[in-house]
Design a protein around this ligand. Structure first.
Ligand code: URA
Length: 192
């Protein structure tokens, strides 16, 4: 128990240190405007949600997934019986990209921060929201269309790919698939 508490405090401090690093990172900020959006949530989370890059609302507030797609994501999270305070929400890219879509170098650099965050949190499961998260953490050449809704194991880490909530808001077909994937995620979480 004592060791567990010490580990929890250690994770919180290490994560805060990484968040400060992200906020002060000059490489992240090249050509960007707005606030850094490092991520937020429980340092001891068993489940981490990884998106793509902050949108305008996130860049104004410094908080991940607080715009329209964020509302949808947070609804999905609570609908499957999770509490926001128990998970961690972040993305590979930490600033609003120039034209909305992150460049390869935005992703490659952001990944160095994301990898540190994941190394500290050590989640049991990483939920990949969309192609950018999938390509960044699993396979550059593959697409989420083929692998969504099931567990993937890579280097002893479990991942659950699904579509990005923003795509679900734009396309009814994708919303349907997300609404099929999340109950599967619920089943996996409650049966492992
Ligand atoms: N989309 C993301 O991927 N991340 C956010 O924080 C907001 C929208």
């Amino acid at each position: 128990m004592i060791l567990y508490v010490i580990e929890m405090i250690g994770k919180k401090e290490l994560l805060e240190k990484e968040v400060r690093k992200i906020k002060n990172c000059k490489a992240c900020r090249v050509g960007k405007i707005g606030k850094a959006v490092p991520g937020e949530g429980n340092p001891n989370a068993k489940i981490v949600f990884v998106g793509e890059a902050p949108g305008k609302t996130e860049s104004q507030t410094g908080r991940p997934f607080v715009g329209r797609s964020g509302k949808f994501l947070r609804q999905l999270i609570t609908q499957i019986g999770l509490k926001e305070k128990d998970v961690y929400i972040t993305s590979p890219v930490k600033y609003l990209p120039k034209r909305g879509t992150p460049s390869r170098s935005d992703i490659n650099h952001g990944l160095t921060h994301l990898a540190k965050q994941l190394e500290i949190i050590k989640p049991e499961l990483i939920v990949l929201l969309g192609n950018i998260a999938y390509k960044a953490l699993i396979d550059k050449s593959a697409s989420i269309n083929k692998y969504h809704g099931k567990i993937i194991q890579k280097d002893k880490q479990k991942y659950f790919p699904t579509f990005h909530p923003a795509a679900g808001i734009r396309f009814q077909k994708i919303k349907k698939l997300i609404l099929q994937d999340f109950p599967k995620l619920k089943f996996i979480i409650h049966n492992s």
